[in-house]
Design a protein around this ligand. Structure first.
Ligand SMILES: C[S@@+](CC[C@H](N)C(=O)[O-])C[C@H]1O[C@@H](n2cnc3c(N)ncnc32)[C@H](O)[C@@H]1O
Length: 287
């Protein structure tokens, strides 16, 4: 009991001191994920498509678009296919994720390898639209939305799709149990939960607070099932869904079997191992 209490106090102190997984850790993890990120896109990009809507983008003059935390550039590529007259700036901190977009060699796309916050603080450019796919959890929305306003023209839009509260259910508990069991292996925790909205109402509330008006928003959820618990863990690791978690431990390989065992105990349902991805997407205009 005392051991458990001490463990939670230690984790709590680290959270308070912000000694948590940071942008350098995410960069390192996404560099590892870059070769398998297409597994995510194969299943989830159809939902990203829901925010890539030309009807919200003016056709009268060339549009300046920011693909923020662009990864391998799925959104930038989709925008180009839609034949919107635009100039895209695509920013991401992971140099490996950016390699695929760089190889596109399209002079309508400027690729920038930089921490997103540093970019927003320092750029002198103004944009008509920002697209932001699957990366809100890596930022503090309060800091981020203020900076979005800094770089958006009045009337400009933000198209966003993000994980929402309730996604990857039980996974946080599984990690906590494994952290507790291997407490001498733990370097620092992750505080991603605070950066996830409570569905479309939550996301809209966050945007409204910063002067954005909702154009449309929606919630979604998909379930993936696997025959074995290690396949579920592999999915989390290869898609980036669990990005950052490996950096919580001194040696991830030491705790991996415990993670698989906890998944086996917790995620078994109807003869399969099941995981949910809960998300929210929308378009918001800066008034
Ligand atoms: C799940 S991927 C999303 C990629 C792309 N937007 C898409 O929809 O496919 C998350 C991306 O956020 C990037 N990222 C995380 N933290 C970042 C930061 N502080 N600055 C810039 N990019 C960051 C990662 O490198 C990764 O490429």
């Amino acid at each position: 009991m005392l051991k458990k209490l001490l463990f939670y106090i230690r984790v709590g102190c680290k959270l308070m001191k912000k000694d948590v997984i940071n942008n350098e850790d995410y960069k390192k993890e996404y560099n590892k994920v870059s070769g398998t990120y297409n597994h995510w896109l194969n299943e989830m990009a159809k939902f990203t498509d829901k925010i890539i809507k030309p009807e919200y983008v003016s056709k009268e003059n060339k549009q300046k678009i920011l693909d923020f935390a662009c990864g391998t550039g799925y959104i930038s590529r989709s925008l180009l296919h839609k034949n919107i007259d635009c100039e895209i700036t695509a920013v991401d901190y992971s140099d490996k994720m950016l390699e695929q977009l760089e190889s596109l060699n399209d002079d309508r796309v400027k690729v920038i390898n930089c921490d997103g916050i540093e970019f927003l603080k320092n750029t002198e450019e103004k944009y008509d639209a920002i697209f932001f796919g699957w990366a809100l959890s890596y930022f503090n929305y309060k800091e981020l939305f203020k900076l979005f306003k800094r770089v958006l023209n009045r009337g400009g839009i933000v198209g966003i799709i993000t994980n929402a509260q309730g996604t990857l259910s039980d996974i946080e508990d599984i990690f906590m149990k494994v952290m507790y069991k291997n407490h001498e292996e733990v370097i620092k925790p992750m505080d991603i939960r605070f950066n996830l909205p409570y569905g479309k109402e939550g996301l809209t509330k966050w945007f409204n607070r910063y002067g954005f008006e909702e154009m449309e928003s929606e919630d979604g959820e998909v379930l993936f099932t696997f025959d074995k618990p290690d396949e579920l863990l592999k999915w989390l690791n290869e898609t980036g869904a669990a990005a950052g978690t490996a950096c919580m431990f001194k040696d991830y390989n030491i705790v991996k079997d415990d993670l698989i065992e906890e998944i086996r105990k917790t995620k078994y349902k109807n003869g399969k191992y099941e995981i949910n991805h809960k998300f929210t997407y929308g378009i918001y205009r800066y008034r």
